[in-house]
Write a protein that binds this ligand. Structure first.
Ligand SMILES: C[S@@+](CC[C@H](N)C(=O)[O-])C[C@H]1O[C@@H](n2cnc3c(N)ncnc32)[C@H](O)[C@@H]1O
Length: 217
């Protein structure tokens, strides 16, 4: 059985994308040079579901792209069992050319009051955010994964979650460490550090390009 066939079967047996997410997915493929950066239907649904399980009050996303994962994650902001409690998400994108598209989809999703978009370098913006995170999604420049982890760690609440995308990096993490490019090296350093970090429990979920799920103890 081919992996593509199994992926198609899994998608066909998962709740379909909402019309808005399907449109965002399609417009990303029509307008972006690297549309494969978008999380996609299965991973987007997974992110939405873990957000709904965690019932976060504060989410941080590093790497917005066109806003697909942001909108999925933000769907968990209103799952609190406390009546009227609605969380806030901060999402950071370095590329100002993405801003218009992201904002238009946030508007169409009626999430302007819950998703705060920052345009700029994540390493500069994160220290300005005075929040305690329940959930952090790391999905931007790979050489900085470990820097992001160090920067956010003390601001993640005990029992909070950090999820990092692309931790299998198309299988390149298995390559010869002496010949790795800097993205692959960044991912490997991150994975190795987390694996030896006694402050957390963690697992690699081999969904799509690999998600590292980390729970702060
Ligand atoms: C893989 S894409 C994010 C995909 C998105 N999370 C999704 O699932 O649909 C990575 C994004 O991170 C952005 N990025 C790269 N370096 C960054 C930085 N230093 N600070 C913030 N964003 C950055 C890129 O411009 C790109 O849009």
């Amino acid at each position: 059985m081919l992996k593509e066939e199994l992926d198609a079967y899994a998608e066909a047996h998962s709740t379909p994308e909402t019309p808005l997410l399907a449109r965002l997915n399609r417009e990303t493929h029509l307008s972006q040079v690297y549309p494969q950066m978008l999380s996609g239907h299965l991973q987007g649904t997974f992110l939405r579901m873990i957000s709904q399980m965690i019932c976060p009050r504060r989410i941080l996303e590093i790497g917005t792209f066109t806003g697909y994962s942001a909108i999925n994650l933000a769907m968990g902001l209103n799952s609190s069992p406390i009546p009227g409690e609605r969380g806030i998400m901060h999402t950071i994108e370095v590329n100002p050319e993405q801003e218009e598209m992201i904002r238009s989809f946030i508007r169409d999703a009626s999430m302007e009051d819950q998703i705060i978009l920052h345009i700029g370098k994540a390493l500069e913006i994160i220290p300005q955010l005075d929040e305690t995170w329940d959930l952090v999604f790391i999905d931007a420049d790979k050489p900085n994964y470990l820097n992001y982890y160090h920067l956010i760690f003390q601001h993640v609440r005990k029992g909070g979650f950090i999820v990092a995308d692309n931790v299998l990096w198309d299988g390149k993490v298995l390559g010869d460490s002496g010949k790795m490019d800097k993205d692959t090296r960044g991912i490997c350093q991150f994975n190795d550090f987390v694996q030896n970090d006694e402050r957390v429990e963690n697992m690699v979920l081999p969904l799509r390009d690999g998600l590292m799920i980390i729970r702060k103890l």
